[in-house]
Design a protein. Structure first.
Length: 293
């Protein structure tokens, strides 16, 4: 079959050669494959430099590989030693976001040359906190994929601001959303979310943290693969305390950092503080995580 495809590729190039060099498809009756190869090697580049280089490359690829040109060969991506799944904050561009990038780069500098992969959770990160459920679903899919295909990789979960809420639900730290069968939600549920003075934008759905939230936290099998959790500016902290006290089996490997004065996670009123986690607190979290991976 490979030889057949290579022969078809040669015939196609022979037709192109006739149209370009001779100017008529009738030359196909006069140009044998052997003659085509000889003339191709001697004069096609002179006939038309661009087409000559294109034809020569196509001929070489078709003859040597025996596969249709233009279809890339599949290459398995190696599993990283460490993989960080990070949910960006409100309004950040897709990817891990500026804070996530700073945290991941700091972690890379602390793990002795081990490879660190990064995955930015795919969700809107908009002012509608109801989109948190989309982030939970996407992050769950990525973690499940890593567990199945890279079982030796040490996984890290991270999130900032609205992204921290994604992580809250991933680890089951919400009422009626256990991370592990048999581990109950927060007794009595969460108290109503307090008003946040000076909130710069309306955040519909912010009370998701006082409801049942998404119902698809990480499966039990993920616990042994997740080495560490790091969240920053977590709104759940303002409601019920740091995540490490709420995350069940993830608790001992969780760091929840709130910048002094940040009104979203603490009692402050300085919104500038919500964007002052780099580099001090991102480095602190990276050092914590590096000790666990």
């Amino acid at each position: 079959m490979a030889h057949r495809r290579a022969a078809d590729a040669v015939d196609l190039l022979r037709r192109l050669f006739c149209r370009i060099r001779v100017g008529s498809p009738k030359c196909l009756r006069r140009v044998s494959r052997a003659a085509y190869h000889q003339q191709m090697s001697v004069g096609v580049a002179r006939a038309h430099p661009i087409v000559g280089r294109f034809c020569a490359a196509m001929l070489t690829a078709g003859a040597m590989l025996g596969v249709p040109v233009g279809i890339p060969s599949a290459a398995a991506q190696p599993c990283p030693d460490i993989d960080v799944t990070f949910a960006r904050g409100l309004g950040d561009a897709p990817g891990p976001g500026p804070l996530g990038d700073a945290f991941i780069n700091s972690l890379r500098s602390k793990v002795g040359g081990r490879s660190v992969g990064a995955y930015g959770v795919n969700y809107a990160a908009s002012s509608n906190f109801l989109t948190v459920s989309d982030g939970v679903a996407d992050a769950t899919n990525h973690v499940n994929d890593m567990v199945a295909n890279c079982p030796a990789t040490r996984l890290v979960l991270g999130g900032f601001s609205e992204g921290a809420a994604v992580v809250d639900f991933l680890v089951g730290a919400a009422p009626s959303v256990p991370a592990i069968p048999g581990v109950p939600g927060i007794p009595g549920g969460l108290p109503p979310l307090p008003d946040i003075p000076g909130l710069p934008v309306a955040l519909p759905g912010l009370d998701i943290l006082s409801g049942t939230g998404p119902t698809n936290p990480l499966p039990p099998a993920a616990v042994d693969h997740v080495a560490a959790v790091a969240v920053f500016g977590n709104p759940l902290t303002r409601v019920s305390g740091p995540l490490n006290g709420l995350a069940g089996p993830y608790g001992p490997k969780t760091i929840d950092l709130c910048h002094a004065g940040d009104p979203l996670c603490g009692g402050g009123g300085d919104w500038n503080a919500h964007h002052e986690y780099v580099p001090g607190l991102t480095d602190q979290a990276a050092a914590f995580v590096a000790g666990l991976v």
